[in-house]
Design a protein around this ligand. Structure first.
Ligand SMILES: Nc1ncnc2c1ncn2[C@@H]1O[C@H](COP(=O)(O)OP(=O)(O)O)[C@@H](O)[C@H]1O
Ligand SMILES: [Mg+2]
Length: 225
């Protein structure tokens, strides 16, 4: 078993006591791990203290969109210890796939089109209810592609009221700025993302080029910190 900062949580929560940590995922703020419990795999997302609002926001969204959008099933939302137990989505991280030099552009284009469809599903769920809500943390690392080529979205803690163009622009910035950045292929993929989204909604997104530029600037500044 991997000894991690999760050990105190696993020993304190009775029904997690017989679980083991298989892998720790890259996470900006929290502890996100693949755990194994009675021969089954789950993802445990344990929020840092002070992130109560993020915890509640993510639980709420996962619950609301569960039947409409491809996301991991929420198995448990534990208020006392501030963790979520999620269905494990086996597959590859979309960020790694898009940045993999050994994968053909054609394949990457298919993935990017699926991500555009995913955003459409997510945005239209709220638009149909006349609620203005966006993902709020739209970047490639928050998507998984499974072996049967289905794209799942993750990480709803930063979802907030806003314009859907903000999500579109941020996803474009993620395509462009992750390593290898600003290659010809990346520019093509970000165009493909916008084009696919616009085709689905039968509408052009106003000022999208300048929104992407702003999002790129912001992303680069944030990474410098
Ligand atoms: N249900 C899941 N199935 C598979 N991998 C997951 C799942 N949830 C999270 N991950 C992995 O863990 C990483 C971090 O989780 P995420 O919810 O995005 O937290 P953070 O807020 O730290 O970004 C994701 O980028 C993804 O690689
Ligand atoms: Mg994330």
């Amino acid at each position: 078993m991997i000894m991690t900062s999760l050990s105190p949580l696993l020993s304190e929560v009775k029904h997690l006591q017989n679980s083991s940590v298989v892998k720790i995922f890259k996470s900006k703020k929290h502890t996100v791990a693949l755990i194994k419990k009675e021969e089954k795999f789950f993802v445990l997302k344990w929020y840092e203290p002070g992130f109560q609002n993020s915890f509640f926001q993510e639980s709420k969204i996962l619950h609301e969109i569960k039947r409409q959008v491809l996301i991991p099933k929420l198995i448990e939302s534990n208020r006392e210890h501030q963790f979520l137990l999620l269905e494990y989505i086996p597959g590859k991280n979309v960020c790694d796939q898009i940045n993999n030099q050994n994968i053909e552009t054609k394949e990457k284009t298919r993935i990017i089109q699926q991500v555009a469809h995913w955003f459409y599903q997510f945005h239209s769920y709220y638009q149909q209810k006349s609620i203005s809500l966006i993902h709020g943390d739209a970047h490639l690392r928050n998507f998984i592609i499974t072996t049967n080529q289905t794209v799942y979205g993750l990480d709803f803690e930063e979802s907030k009221p806003g314009k859907v163009s903000e999500d579109v622009a941020n996803l474009c910035a993620s395509i462009l700025t992750t390593n290898p950045s600003f290659t010809k292929e990346k520019k093509q993929l970000q165009h493909q993302f916008i084009e696919t989204y616009e085709q689905i909604i039968h509408q052009q997104i106003k000022n999208i080029d300048s929104l992407v530029k702003k999002a790129v600037k912001k992303t680069i500044q944030r990474r410098k910190k």
